[in-house]
Design a protein around this ligand. Structure first.
Ligand code: ATP
Ligand code: ATP
Ligand code: MG
Ligand code: MG
Lengths: 267, 267
């Protein structure tokens, strides 16, 4: 059965897109057929994978707006095991256009339903907000993974993020769990990063005995080190594995993909 | 006369707060009396300066919501030449609460008007959005400075940012100019960063003969190098000059403050 994972964090520029694309490519490399869903009007995941968001016949926007539309029409097969449901700029209007639809939080869930047999993993790249698009991702997903930086100011937003997940898990999606946090742009040799990681791990340790959707959450290993190649490859429309298959960024995302593929999801 | 500068970029995590706080502290060190206005409901500039946003008697929120309120009541003198108009979490509601007020874009401008005699520089830390709070900053400011990263994906959002500035400069604030871009978390020894900087400089060169509010814009020097100390000092409620006065981050922000203080603003 597919694992559907929302990569979410309302903070901007924390590594959501870089993680969705390279983790997805890493899972595909391991032989798991993977769908990347670009749910961000910025369409950065789409750009990152070398697809022009302005040249699309159909996109995730069409699948959300028209329940009759088939998301499969918009899915692009990029590699043998890696597919993309691309975004386009019109997605920015989706939140307003769906604002009064009764099933507005479940549009993505419905659109993905017929596709799930085709994929082992569905990774949803969320925009930097807690608005309707992110809520659609949380309703459609079984798991939340939070890309974040190991910085003091990054910790400030985590409470609000988890609260949103809790609200969705009580209302719209009772099986939603936070699987963990992926540390992005990690400055591994600094005390500051180590302290932030220790804070996070202590927080998750305490949560184990609480009835909260992050009771099984952990800090995924390895952390993804800062590596300029990860910032370069989007400009060539490539994943890190196409661009520099053995650089530190590729090693980290490959190892992360292996960690995630190997885990048993507790409920 | 005060220079009123909006530090804006709708992209998250690009260095707006780090720049507002440390550039402001740098200008104060040079002897220029400086007011930092925290316009972000996240209240990161407030936290960065060691002020608890939950313990405030009044904040920029009160000044925006109540035209009768005096912003001066909320201003905190932190150092001889450095003051803060702090934010609080209620600011998140301001956009909704002001949505139908006819003068909703000019609330900050009106609130700051009586304070301008007290300060040589007013630096406004904007939230990562192009919503009503940022529009208030653009209406109140004379100059826009854009903190951004020298990454390919960072270039993708600049067009939309400049378009917003252009709309405001034609509608609400005819004297608004983009003074330039500050490169944050700059990986100086990489080709990628150099290429992004070259792209930006070519773009601004071409703009010199156009009737656009970025016709005088430049890439400020120096770029601010990545330096973990800049990520650490917020956790102690300190500016970089308190925390590590001669680290690379402090050197860069001190030099930037000098560049900015020395420039003549063309019109
Ligand atoms: N490990 C890394 N090393 C170096 N650069 C990185 C790394 N991870 C991400 N980046 C770069 O940092 C920037 C932000 O990353 P990314 O776009 O993945 O974040 P995001 O959370 O998706 O942002 P947004 O909130 O805008 O969607 C990008 O320019 C990206 O190329
Ligand atoms: N030059 C630098 N070196 C190292 N870390 C930095 C540097 N500049 C900023 N940071 C860190 O990067 C993160 C993002 O910076 P900052 O909060 O200033 O961005 P922002 O644009 O204000 O974000 P937001 O959009 O959330 O308001 C913070 O954790 C900050 O401490
Ligand atoms: Mg993204
Ligand atoms: Mg900020």
């Amino acid at each position: 059965r597919s694992r559907i994972i929302a990569l979410m964090n309302q903070k901007g520029g924390v590594g959501k897109t870089t993680t969705t694309v390279n983790l997805g490519a890493g899972l595909a490399e391991l032989g798991h057929s993977t769908l990347i869903v670009d749910l961000d009007p910025q369409a950065h995941a789409t750009l990152h994978l070398g697809v022009d968001p302005d040249g699309l016949e159909s996109s995730v926007y069409d699948a959300l707006l028209d329940p009759e539309a088939s998301a499969l029409d918009a899915v692009l097969e990029l590699r043998p095991k890696l597919a993309l449901l691309p975004a386009e700029v019109n997605l920015a209007a989706a939140e307003t256009e769906l604002a009064s639809a009764p099933d507005r939080q479940r549009r993505l869930e419905s659109a993905l339903e017929p596709l799930l047999d085709l994929f082992d993993f569905v990774l949803i790249d969320c925009p930097p907000s807690l608005g309707l698009l992110t809520l659609n991702a949380l309703a459609a997903a079984q798991e939340v993974v939070v890309p974040m930086q190991s910085h003091f100011l990054a910790l400030q937003g985590v409470g609000k993020l988890l609260e949103t997940v809790r609200l969705v898990s009580r209302g719209v999606n009772e099986s939603l769990l936070v699987s963990g946090v992926i540390l992005c742009m990690h400055d591994e040799n600094t005390n500051h990063a180590r302290e932030v990681v220790a804070d996070l791990e202590a927080f998750f340790e305490e949560a184990k005995t609480q009835n909260v959707p992050w009771r099984h959450a952990k800090v995924y290993r390895p952390a993804v080190r800062r590596n300029i190649k990860l910032a370069e490859c989007p400009s060539f429309g490539q994943t890190i594995f196409d661009y520099a298959a053995w650089c530190p960024g590729a090693l980290d995302y490959r190892a992360l993909a292996a960690s995630i593929a190997a885990e048993r999801i507790e409920k």
